[in-house]
Design a protein around this ligand. Structure first.
Ligand SMILES: [Zn+2]
Length: 70
């Protein structure tokens, strides 16, 4: 889990209402990519989360049932 510096983020990003990378607010960023030093969640849209998060090959032993393919 990454820790983000809140100084570089907008208030919308700090609230988890905008993607931490591209600032997109709609569709709402759904992937938690990290947190702030105060443990508030930092969100990213699907595309940016894929770029931020480590490769799926290094799979961690945590089932990811939360990811929906609709
Ligand atoms: Zn994004």
């Amino acid at each position: 889990m990454l820790t983000f510096d809140p100084v570089g983020l907008t208030s919308t990003q700090r609230d988890g209402d905008a993607c931490v990378v591209c600032h997109k607010k709609w569709p709402r960023p759904r992937v938690r990519v990290g947190c702030l030093p105060n443990s508030a969640p930092v969100m990213a849209c699907d595309d940016c989360a894929e770029a931020l998060l480590p490769s799926k090959d290094n799979s961690v032993p945590v089932p990811r049932h939360s990811r929906a393919f609709s």
